[in-house]
Design a binder for this molecule. Structure first.
Ligand code: HEC
Ligand code: HEC
Length: 679
């Protein structure tokens, strides 16, 4: 038997090819080692739920937790907590509620909107999944100091017990969360209550709780999909900030651009500015060649959609454990990649930060009015109806530095009001869409003030400068003679440029941390920028990180499986022990406890199927083990693989007979005896 079995495996090995291509480097991926405990800092979840003494206070029940979070994000008219229910899914918790899937649906929430109190960005920084039947929360939330998402699990989350928060086995989580961030299905999100059939079944099971599902479709699945995608870009932004930029001038130029982007209401930034091009883009290009000659690959936050009511077992492509192609591969750094990173980095600042900067610029800029610049243009009456007049304004023919289209409301032989349809300046690539706050009649025309309304940021150009006012002058109300447009721009952004220059100088003297290598940290940047600008300290700022240590994770100790008696089965320990050595049902802890021999025996058919799956590329095949994302594919050509597979095959034959070996290789994985059962 044993010889025949080895020959079979040898044959399988020969079939598999092993071509190696120059692959781009992953931005963040399972294959990049990262410790379970963060190298520094705490997760958003820790920030929100740890009290001053370091104890976790987590509102219960889950609806209470949702309310708690709703009070902390301002999402306009909508709730800042987006939520879906997934009764039948593909997560680690998917089998926990069996067979009462619709009574214990997994709830999944993600945050959207601006922080209501405190100043840390919450949007796409916190994702929580709740499985009521096991009283478990799974948490993925951002750690600014480490510049990564933390994976955590909360056990005993119920009314009677004290919840236990622990740092998860990161590599195990990352076997599906290959992007080291949240993952979510593509549209139409069939496993969620966005699917009317799922919503109806949830309502049948729990009518009181899910009455809102009747006849209404929630937009939350789409929102969570998008939030997960945004979260996915954080690692790329951090990598470029730290390694794409190799010096402080590059980071200062990136910071300048992202502040312009935010101050202009996310319209644009000065992409053709020489500092941006030489200090940021050129530096990034050089480092790209050096660091990522084969390009960078951004892992995917999306898994393919799956019909939860399908009869057929999961296909390879549907299985979250299967290796997924990248979401994007950047072979080289072009203007779009370089600019895209600026936009992603801009998402680290809160709207409150930008408002403070805006107000400060106005206050400081007003004291030096000579910085204002006027641009003039002539306007033509281009067409009109009874009640409107359309004006086209430009200063010069082909290379106008100012162009505008304005609609005037006209009645009783007079101009009554105006609307700006378009405005374009030569050195600002985008179309501007200012809102007029205040309209004043002048003796010879109209003045539109573009000052900011309460709580809104000013109308700013991609240069960061402020569009202050707009005047139309005419000689008579019939508009038959010359009409002039005059706009006034407050050149205020130089105040920020000066502050950044002084931060850079400080950095060169060895002071300040904001521009050093290390993750982009909004709090450090705002503190140093605020100081350079002479801004008063922000009292909303959370207290400095508490000096508490993370509780150490006990080392994973694996009993048994040593020495002669285990033979090649001892190979299970180094290759499987990291994820199957804890006392869990998912993944099954067949290497935990004192009864490993029995557990391995019980699980042998499934183990064998998972090992052989390395050489079965078909869509119907089960995902191989260890998860492909966690190990180099060459493993399936190694002597260890061969010896372990043979040993499991032999053991299965010895305990259950050769029919069991044939069954394990036959492909009906779900029919094989289950690995672990609750004793
Ligand atoms: C077997 C694959 C698999 C493993 C392993 C896994 N997850 Fe997930 N996880 C998923 C899938 C699929 C989703 C999205 C759909 C869903 O929740 O059903 C998800 C969603 C989540 C979410 C909700 C936010 C999001 O990503 O959409 C959290 C939080 C989460 N997982 C945490 C964890 C943690 C913590 C671990 C490790 C203890 C872990 N997961 C391990 C498959 C997995
Ligand atoms: C990096 C973590 C990791 C490693 C290493 C790993 N596994 Fe797994 N294993 C998982 C995860 C995650 C699952 C899926 C759990 C789920 O969602 O059902 C799983 C599932 C399994 C299952 C399926 C259990 C069932 O109920 O059908 C078997 C069998 C298995 N693994 C065997 C192995 C063997 C054998 C090795 C070593 C050669 C190994 N695993 C190494 C993470 C790992």
């Amino acid at each position: 038997m044993s010889r025949r079995f080895k020959t079979l495996i040898l044959l399988l090995l020969l079939i598999a090819g092993n071509a190696v291509l120059a692959a781009p480097q992953w931005v963040a991926h399972t294959s990049i080692a990262s410790p379970d405990l963060p190298p520094g800092g705490w997760s958003r979840f820790d920030d929100l739920f740890r009290d001053a003494s370091g104890q976790y206070q987590i509102p219960y029940p889950f609806a209470e937790l949702v309310r708690f979070l709703e009070a902390r994000v301002d999402n306009g008219q909508r709730s800042g907590v987006r939520q879906v229910f997934i009764p039948i899914g593909r997560s680690l918790q998917r089998n926990a509620p069996a067979p009462d899937f619709f009574h214990f649906p997994r709830a999944l929430i993600a945050l959207q909107g601006e922080p209501a109190a405190g100043t840390r960005v919450l949007e796409y920084r916190l994702f929580i999944a709740h499985q009521p039947s096991t009283a478990t929360l799974e948490v993925i939330s951002y750690n600014d100091i480490a510049g990564r998402f933390e994976f955590q699990v909360v056990d005993a989350y119920d009314a009677r017990q004290r919840p236990l928060v622990r740092q998860a086995n990161r590599l195990m989580c990352l076997s599906c969360h290959q992007n080291a961030a949240p993952i979510f299905a593509m549209r139409p999100w069939s496993e969620t209550n966005f699917n009317v059939e799922v919503a109806a079944r949830l309502h049948d099971a729990l009518p009181a709780r899910f009455k809102s599902f009747v006849g209404s479709l929630s937009a939350d699945a789409g929102a969570i999909d998008l939030l997960a995608e945004r979260a996915n870009y954080l690692a790329a932004a951090q990598l470029i900030w730290q390694q794409g930029c190799s010096d402080a001038s590059c980071r200062a130029a990136a910071l300048l651009a992202l502040l312009q982007y935010r101050l202009s209401g996310e319209t644009n930034f000065a992409r053709s500015d020489s500092v941006y091009r030489s200090d940021y883009v050129a530096n990034l290009r050089r480092n790209w060649q050096r660091n990522w000659p084969d390009g960078l690959a951004l892992a995917n936050s999306r898994i393919v959609d799956r019909d939860p009511f399908a009869e057929e077992p999961l296909t390879r492509t549907e299985d979250a454990l299967s290796l997924r192609p990248p979401h994007a591969t950047w072979r080289d750094v072009d203007a779009i990649v370089a600019g895209g990173i600026i936009i992603r980095l801009a998402g680290f600042m809160t709207q409150a930060d930008i408002l403070r900067l805006d107000r400060h610029l106005i206050a400081k800029g007003n004291r030096s009015v000579q910085n204002n610049e006027r641009l003039e243009a002539r306007c033509r009456l281009s067409n009109h109806t009874e009640s409107t007049r359309l004006l086209k304004c430009a200063n010069g023919a082909s290379k106008a530095s100012l162009r505008a289209t304005i609609e005037l409301e006209y009645s009783l032989g007079k101009v009554q009001s105006m609307r700006l349809l378009s405005l374009r300046l030569a050195d600002e690539p985008g179309l501007l869409e200012p809102t007029i706050v205040n309209l004043t009649r002048l003796a010879d025309g109209l003045q539109a003030d573009l000052e900011n309304a309460d709580g809104a940021i000013s109308m700013r150009l991609p240069s960061g400068d402020r569009l202050h006012s707009l005047k139309l002058h005419w000689q008579d109300d019939s508009l038959q003679r010359e009409i002039h447009l005059e706009i006034e721009i407050a050149r205020e952004f130089q105040i920020i440029e000066q502050a950044l220059a002084s931060m850079l100088l400080n950095h060169r003297k060895g002071n300040g941390a904001s521009l050093s290598t290390g993750p982009f940290q909004r709090e450090v940047i705002m503190a140093e920028l605020g100081k350079a600008l002479g801004l008063a300290a922000d009292h909303n700022e959370p207290p400095q990180a508490r000096r508490q240590q993370h509780a150490q994770i006990p080392a994973r100790t694996l009993p048994l499986l040593k020495g002669e008696q285990a033979g090649d089965l001892a190979l299970l320990q180094p290759y499987c022990g990291h994820c199957h050595g804890a006392d869990t049902l998912a993944p099954p802890g067949f290497l935990a406890g004192n009864d490993t021999t029995r557990h391995i025996e019980q699980c042998a058919a499934r183990i064998l199927a998972r090992l052989l799956a390395w050489h079965d590329p078909s869509e119907q095949a089960i995902a191989p083990m260890p998860p492909p994302a966690s190990i180099d594919a060459n493993w399936s050509q190694s002597e260890d693989y061969f010896n372990l597979t043979a040993a499991i095959g032999e053991q299965l034959a010895a305990t259950r007979g050769s029919a069991a070996v044939i069954a394990a290789t036959a492909g009906s994985y779900d029919l094989l005896p289950p690995c672990m059962t609750i004793d």
